[in-house]
Ligand binder design. Sequence first.
Ligand SMILES: Cc1cc2nc3c(=O)[nH]c(=O)nc-3n(C[C@H](O)[C@H](O)[C@H](O)COP(=O)(O)O)c2cc1C
Ligand SMILES: O=C(O)C(=O)c1ccccc1
Length: 382
Amino acid sequence: MTKAQEETLLFTRVSKSTQALPVSIEDWEKQAREILPDGPFDYIAGGSGAEETLAENRRAFSRWAIVPRMMRDVTNRTSAITMFGRKLSAPIFLAPVGMQSIAHRDAELATARAAAAAGVPFVASTVSSTSLEQIAEAMGAAERWFQLYWSNDREVSASMVKRAEAAGYSAIVLTVDTVMLGWKRRDFRNGYSPLREGRGLANYITDPVFCSRLAEVTPENAVEEVLKNIYHPALNWSDIGFLREHTRLPILVKGLLHPDDARLALEHGVDGIIVSNHGGRQMDGAISTLDALPAIAEVVAGSIPVLLDSGVRTGADVVKAIALGANAVLIGRPFLYGLAVAGEQGVSSVLDTLLHEFDVAMALSGSRSVEDLNRSILVRLP
Ligand SMILES: Cc1cc2nc3c(=O)[nH]c(=O)nc-3n(C[C@H](O)[C@H](O)[C@H](O)COP(=O)(O)O)c2cc1C
Ligand SMILES: O=C(O)C(=O)c1ccccc1
């Protein structure tokens, strides 16, 4: 980029920022709080228990400082990566988030369109407000993965995975940290349960196997049956074998924090790991993901992709996670705040900011590519 081009970029950004849209995630969150009722806002923003892990996820990023390198000619740089043989424009994904209609009426369709436009992969949740086929249609050929919540009735799991494969999803993300729902005080206080409200039914009531299990397909019956399946404490490593028999797609497990579990994931032929504590919404008191990452990256040693989520908010956060061994990161709440405040445009704006921040952070830390980022530019603060 020439100096003139850079000035133009900066100038457009400055003139754009005179519009009403927020610039920082903190500001997006503030506006979302103003727009949304307490129930949905607290459901999105909150964590489980005393919300210690929720806070710890952010603190962990502050405990690492970037020690940037200079004089490295960062004119020609790229944030592109390759994962499962596919080229992605940046190491940034939208995390699976269910029931997006609680944030905005356009729900997942708005998010999926914004993701497709930005070239950022979208991970569709099992408990989406719109079906995986509708989401696929909104995305055209853009990269999408499907997140599976295991069902006790595993034929339901198999059916959803088959549908995802048919609808052009290119990986399956099995979430393993939610065998039951986390203990969320804010939701008890607000008496709020979007699942009970029937916000996450779309993939279930469009599923032939799921529907065949209902005496009659009514929203009430569907909600009861979903609640029965969402509680699946029997989930264990042997279930990976069952999934493998039903799909040719790469299988990632989401929610690992222990290096011994990473070892087991490799033994069971998993294709990728997402280091996650569910954004501090499941096991409160759990280790932050940034603290859990190095030991897992060491076990995996580059043999399969390792992704991280929970607390990623800025371009510098992305640099830190990658320098500590992640191949990519996912963001959850930030895009939801964008969605709540301004629908598709809000998600686009949050993504645009994060992608540019990452590019600037990479360049200013002295890196030309994602592969250039490593431990040598980080120090752990006392
Ligand atoms: C409102 C909400 C709904 C979520 N729903 C799902 C879900 O359906 N499936 C899943 O695997 N994770 C779900 N998550 C967890 C996210 O995928 C992700 O792990 C987490 O939001 C990352 O942390 P962050 O919000 O700090 O970026 C949800 C998170 C939020 C905030
Ligand atoms: O809210 C969540 O974090 C979540 O993952 C979830 C899980 C099951 C049903 C609804 C939401």
